[in-house]
Design a protein around this ligand. Structure first.
Ligand code: AHR
Length: 536
C-alpha cells in the first residue's frame, strides 16, 4: 500500500497569486527573476559512453543484422529515448579506454580484434568506431566530444585522427575518410586531451601532464572550415583534477596563463564520483546510507567552488571552463555481473543525487561550462538499462528530461533557508533549489526535497517576472529505494504537477506560490510569462 504522502504528491497543488491560501510554509523561497545571470550551458547535460561492459555493445551498437530494431546497427529504442532528453554531447571512447584506443582500428572494412585492457581484458571487435560514433550522435541530435589518446598514443596519432575526421581536402586522410563512406567533414565539437592522466591515463604528475598537454593542444587541429571560428569552434578540454587535487588545477592553470600563440585550451576537467562510505549496491539501502550518500554527493559544491577559485586567480575573465566530465554514483555491480562491467541499478536516490549535482553546476554557471554523467547506458549511473531487446528508463533519466528546460537558461538568484533534516549524526538541508529564465521565456524552478520521511511545504515568492499559469512535473516514488525493472519499468516516473494557477506575479513587487514537495522528490515547474497582457 502506498503511503498517504504519495497519493498527495500525485495531486501536487500549486496555487499562485494573491488569493492563494498557502498553509504556513516550512521553507520560504524568494526568487529574483529580474536579475538573470550566467547562462547554464546546455553541455551540463552531457553524457559519457565508454567501451566498457554493455555500455556501447548492446547499449548502443547491436549491428545491422541484429533482430533488435536498429538503424545502421544503432538501436532505435535507445536513440528515441536519448533524443527526448536532448543530450548535448557524448564523450567517447573513454574514460581509461581512450588512452589505449587507436582510432585506425575502428575505421574501414577490416577491423582487428583488440583487447580492452582497461575493462576486464575483454575482446574489442572495433565494430563501433569513429563513423559509427558520429552516426550515433547524429541520430540522437548531440555533439561529439572525442577524447584523444595521450597516455599510450602520440601527438601525431591524435593530429591524424583530427585530420581524418575534419579535413575538407583530399589529403591521404581525407581520401581515406571518403573511401570509408563519409565525404563531408565530421563536426567535432569538443576534444579531450587525454583522460585521468594522473591515473589510468599515464600516471603523470601535474607538471608532466602540462608538458604533454601543450604538445597535444598544439597539434590537435580542427580542419573543418565550419569550425574555424564562431560558435562552432572546437573546444579543447585538458585533463583536470581527481576530486580535491587542487595542486593539479594550480599547475595546469599556471601553465595556461603563460601560454603562447600556438596553443590554447577552452576547458579543464574535474572528475568526482559519488561513492558510498563502504561498498554497497545501488538498491536495498537504509535511511542512514541514503543520508550518507547525499552528504557525499554534496561535496561537489566544495570541489567546484575551490577549483573555480584557483581558476579565477589565473583566468579572471573565465575563458577556461570547468568541465565535470565524469560524475555520478558508483556502487557495487549487480549480482552476477562481471566486476569490470560497472553495471548497477539506479533508484530514486540516484535521481536526488542527479538533481543535487545539476543544481551545483547551474549555481556555478559562470565557470562550469559542461558536465558528463557516467555513463549513458548499462554503466554506473545510467540513463538507460537494457537486457537484450528490452530497455528501461532509470529515475536519473527522468531528472535529465525534466532539466532540459534549464539548457541555455539564465540562472536567477534564489534565497531560502533550507532548514535541516537530521539522520543520526548526519545533518542535511531539507531543500535544494535553482531557478532560471529559459530560452522559452518561462521562469523555471527546480525544488528537491532531500528528506526521505517528510513532505516539504514551500512558498516561493517571485519578483521581477509577470506570469500567468504554470506547468511542471514531480519525480516522486513510494520508497527512497524504488527503482524500475524490466518487469515494472514505470514504477518511478514523473507525474504532471496539478497546478491551480491564477493570475500571478506583478513583475515587480513579488507574488507568491505554494506547493508541497513529497519526500525524496524532484519537482521542476515553469511559470508562463505574460507578454502584452496575455500569457505566452
Ligand atoms: O567511468 C569509469 C571510469 O572511471 C573511467 O574510465 C575513468 O576515467 C574513471 O576512473
Amino acid at each position: 500500500m502506498k503511503p498517504l504522502w504519495f497519493a498527495a504528491s500525485l495531486a501536487l497543488a500549486l496555487s499562485i497569486g494573491a488569493s492563494a491560501q498557502a498553509a504556513t510554509p516550512d521553507v520560504a523561497v524568494s526568487v529574483d527573476a529580474g536579475k538573470p545571470g550566467a547562462v547554464i550551458e546546455r553541455n551540463i547535460l552531457g553524457q559519457f559512453s565508454e567501451h566498457l561492459g554493455r555500455g556501447v555493445y548492446e547499449g548502443i551498437w547491436v549491428g545491422p543484422d541484429s533482430r533488435i530494431p536498429n538503424t545502421r546497427g544503432i538501436r532505435n529504442d535507445v536513440v528515441a529515448a536519448l533524443k527526448a532528453i536532448k543530450v548535448a554531447n557524448v564523450r567517447w571512447p573513454g574514460g581509461c579506454y581512450a588512452d589505449e584506443y587507436h582510432w585506425r582500428d575502428g575505421v574501414g572494412k577490416n577491423r582487428p580484434t583488440t583487447t580492452n585492457s582497461s575493462w576486464g581484458g575483454v575482446l574489442e571487435s572495433n565494430q563501433f568506431g569513429t563513423h559509427e560514433f558520429m552516426d550515433f550522435v547524429d541520430q540522437i541530435g548531440a555533439e561529439a566530444y572525442v577524447s584523444v589518446n595521450v597516455g599510450s598514443g602520440a601527438p601525431r596519432e591524435a593530429a591524424e585522427w583530427l585530420e581524418y575526421m575534419t579535413t575538407d581536402k583530399p589529403s591521404e586522410l581525407g581520401k581515406l575518410r571518403t573511401a570509408n563512406g563519409r565525404e563531408k567533414p565530421f563536426k567535432v565539437a569538443m576534444v579531450g586531451l587525454g583522460n585521468e592522466s594522473w591515473g589510468c591515463g599515464g600516471s603523470m604528475t601535474a607538471s608532466d601532464y602540462a608538458k604533454e598537454m601543450r604538445q597535444f593542444a598544439t597539434f590537435t587541429k580542427n580542419f573543418n572550415p565550419a569550425q574555424k571560428s564562431g560558435p562552432d569552434k572546437m573546444l579543447k578540454i585538458a585533463v583536470g583534477a581527481d576530486r580535491d587535487d587542487y595542486g593539479w588545477t594550480e599547475t595546469v592553470m599556471q601553465s595556461w596563463s603563460k601560454k603562447i600563440y600556438s596553443w590554447d585550451i577552452d576547458g579543464l576537467s574535474l572528475h568526482s564520483y559519488t561513492w558510498p562510505k563502504k561498498p554497497e549496491r545501488a538498491t536495498g539501502f537504509d535511511a542512514h546510507q541514503y543520508a550518507e550518500l547525499l552528504k557525499s554527493t554534496l561535496w561537489m559544491e566544495e570541489l567546484v567552488s575551490k577549483h573555480s577559485a584557483i581558476m579565477d586567480k589565473y583566468d579572471p575573465d573565465k575563458k577556461v571552463g570547468l568541465y565535470v566530465d565524469e560524475w555520478g554514483t558508483w556502487f557495487k555491480v549487480e549480482e552476477g555481473a562481471p566486476g569490470s562491467s560497472l553495471y548497477q541499478q539506479s533508484s530514486q536516490r540516484d535521481a536526488i543525487v542527479a538533481a543535487l549535482n545539476l543544481n551545483i553546476f547551474a549555481r556555478h554557471a559562470d565557470r562550469v561550462k559542461g558536465a558528463n554523467i557516467a555513463q549513458t547506458i548499462n554503466v554506473l549511473q545510467s540513463m538507460i538499462l537494457t537486457d537484450g531487446d528490452k530497455m528501461l528508463l532509470t529515475p536519473t533519466y527522468h531528472v535529465f528530461r525534466m532539466y532540459t528546460a534549464f539548457q541555455d537558461a539564465k540562472v536567477v538568484p534564489l534565497a531560502y533557508d533550507a532548514g535541516t533534516y537530521q539522520e543520526g549524526d548526519i545533518a542535511l538541508p531539507r531543500l535544494d533549489a535553482i531557478g532560471a529564465i529559459g530560452k522559452d521565456g518561462k521562469l523555471w524552478l527546480s525544488f528537491t526535497n532531500l528528506d526521505p520521511r517528510q513532505p516539504l511545504k514551500i512558498a516561493p515568492t517571485v519578483a521581477g517576472f509577470t506570469f500567468k499559469g504554470a506547468k511542471g512535473d514531480t519525480l516522486a516514488a513510494d520508497d527512497m529505494g524504488a527503482f524500475n525493472t524490466f518487469a515494472a519499468p514505470n514504477r518511478v516516473k514523473p507525474q504532471a504537477a496539478v497546478i491551480k494557477a491564477a493570475n500571478g506575479g506583478n513583475g515587480g513587487t513579488g507574488s507568491s506560490a505554494s506547493l508541497e514537495l513529497p519526500p525524496h522528490s524532484v519537482t521542476v515547474i515553469g511559470l508562463n510569462p505574460v507578454k502584452w497582457g496575455r500569457p505566452t
